[in-house]
Design a protein around this ligand. Structure first.
Ligand code: FAD
Length: 498
């Protein structure tokens, strides 16, 4: 066993949302904290920085939201129906989305701690704002929120990371950029920091406790192919190119137990010509999330999913996989003039794969790799099946579906008959992987003997067991914040003298 003095009380590997929550929680207990970020500062913040900053939080009504967002104006309050999103609804969504596989204890912590954790973040200088525009449409002069997703960080993902970083500077938390953790120091049955590399030099950083918060393995094409399956090497990575599974690998190497849905991931429709990894200048705008108001066709000209099965934030995370499974790994989203005003901002960026025409035939003829003749037959059959007497309403599951199609559309079905017609080319963009490390309710990493590995904690994407098959939007940042806070508190408690 070593006798060297530690370099810090708590070492946090990563500098995304989960890592910052852990670092701040540990620092508040009086621990000295060092964070490691393998990327240069200009790219720091991991996937968290690429997000829109949406956070899924349970609230009983507008008073709860006012406490989180005291900047809400009287006019906003008067114009908006925020409704409520109760803990029961959050539980139900987690259960339904994951086919009831979510770990009940971890899920309970996620749900019950969600509001208190945001309140805690607010006290650390993170500000929140309602997600107008993307999660609420104005109908009859009033915004109505839907889908249980109401709150986002001020300034989106970049704003969230900037605020966390400023607070870390103020709190005296040291962040070492361009410093990659290579392996855990594991002596006498305890994790004691990590062997790290900075500017080509390798050395040990010793700590009394270590928190792993360095993301999943979505940016590792070899691991994607190994665990998600053949074809996943061809998916585009929506976010950071640095999340290659290091934290998971380092913990498994010292006997940690794998947990959760290793063959599953969050993956969405993403611009067909987007680069291999995320581009911070574009952020999340390569995504194309307005498909519930149109239809999606593949190379054979056929629809292949129920675009209106549910609100966007309950289907988007699994439809990336469905697109990857199509011939050539791509699809086109089609819209007509009636719904163009409902398309999200991401449809109006200049880096977009788009076709426009005044006729359906003209539009379909422009789509690279698509059988235009079959597509026209298919769209005509779809148009004939739309239940037009049912009124269209984007704010509720309106039940305006199709009749008699092999692939139904359950809500928001509109005929494609009004020019201009738009088409957007999409492929699969992988967001983050679901499989990871097994933790307990104190965020301690468990070994394959189901015992805590002393001194080792984990939070964020690299925790397995919460998400299976699908995911309710906004739960990733929330889970990182909730478990990061717990991990930091616990790591400090075991590092500091009683
Ligand atoms: C485009 C996009 C949009 C999204 N939108 C949302 C949203 O609106 N709401 C939501 O809840 N979720 C969203 N997500 C998912 C969300 O980003 C993740 O769930 C969450 O950010 C994960 O946080 P994390 O702290 O675990 O990981 P990250 O934020 O990815 O942080 C991990 C960090 O670890 C660093 N790192 C990796 N390996 C090492 C190593 N060996 N040594 C040192 N550092 C290392 C990385 O550089 C990175 O900074 C989105 C994701 C993407 C890609």
């Amino acid at each position: 066993m070593t006798t060297s003095l530690p370099d810090c009380d708590v070492l946090v590997v990563g500098a995304g949302n989960a890592a910052f929550a852990a670092a701040h929680a540990a620092r508040e207990q009086g621990a000295t904290v060092v964070m490691l970020e393998c990327s240069p500062r200009a790219e720091a913040g991991g996937n968290s920085r690429f997000t829109a900053g949406a956070l899924r939080v349970a609230y009983d009504g507008v008073e709860d939201l006012k406490a989180l967002m005291p900047d809400l104006t009287e006019a906003e309050l008067a114009q908006t129906d925020f409704g409520s999103y109760t803990e029961e609804q959050f539980f139900d969504d987690m259960g339904r989305m994951t086919d009831y596989r979510t770990d009940p204890d971890l899920c309970e912590l996620l749900v019950r701690n969600s509001r208190a954790t945001l309140q805690w973040m607010r006290a650390r200088g993170i500000r929140f704002t309602p997600i107008y525009g993307r999660q609420a449409f104005k109908v009859d002069g009033k915004f109505k929120f839907w889908g249980g997703l109401t709150v986002e960080a001020w300034g989106g993902g970049p704003g969230l990371i900037d605020a966390w970083t400023a607070a870390a500077d103020q709190a005296g938390i040291e962040i070492r950029y361009e410093t990659r953790a290579l392996e855990l120091l594991h002596e006498g049955g305890r994790a004691r920091g990590a062997r790290v590399r900075h500017q080509g030099k390798t050395f040990a950083l010793r700590a009394r406790s270590t928190v792993l918060a360095c993301g999943g393995f979505e940016a590792n094409s070899a691991w994607r192919t190994r665990y998600l399956g053949p074809g996943w090497d061809l998916a585009k990575v929506r976010g950071s190119r640095y999340n290659v599974g290091d934290g998971i690998r380092m913990a498994l190497d010292i006997g940690a137990s794998p947990a959760g849905n290793w063959s599953g991931c969050h993956a969405v429709g993403w611009d067909r010509n987007a680069p291999e990894f995320g581009d911070l200048a574009v952020g999340d705008a390569f995504q194309k999330h307005s498909y519930p108001f149109g239809i999606m066709i593949n190379a054979r000209g056929e629809r292949f999913v129920d675009e209106g099965a549910d609100f966007r934030n309950y289907t988007y995370a699994k439809y990336g996989r469905a697109i990857l499974e199509q011939p050539g790994n791509f699809a086109y989203q089609l819209f007509d003039g009636k719904v163009l005003h409902l398309l999200r901002d991401e449809y109006r960026i200049k880096q977009v794969t788009k076709a426009v025409s005044d006729s359906l035939e003209g539009l379909l003829a422009q789509l690279d790799g698509v059988d235009a003749g079959r597509a026209l037959d298919h769209v005509n059959a779809y148009n004939a099946a739309v239940q037009t007497p049912v009124p269209f309403n984007p704010n509720v599951r309106d039940g305006r579906g199709t009749n008699g199609l092999a692939v139904p559309k359950s809500n928001w079905a509109n005929t494609l008959d009004t020019p201009p017609f738009h088409a957007y080319g999409v492929t699969c963009g992988v967001t983050f992987t679901f499989g990871g490390l097994r933790i307990d309710t104190d965020a301690r990493v468990l070994s394959t003997d189901y015992q805590p590995i002393a001194g080792l904690y984990a939070a964020g994407e690299l925790v397995g067991g919460l998400f299976y098959f699908n995911y309710p939007g906004g739960a990733g940042l929330m889970s990182g914040a909730v478990f990061g806070k717990i991990a930091g508190e616990q790591a400090a408690a075991q590092a500091l003298p009683k």
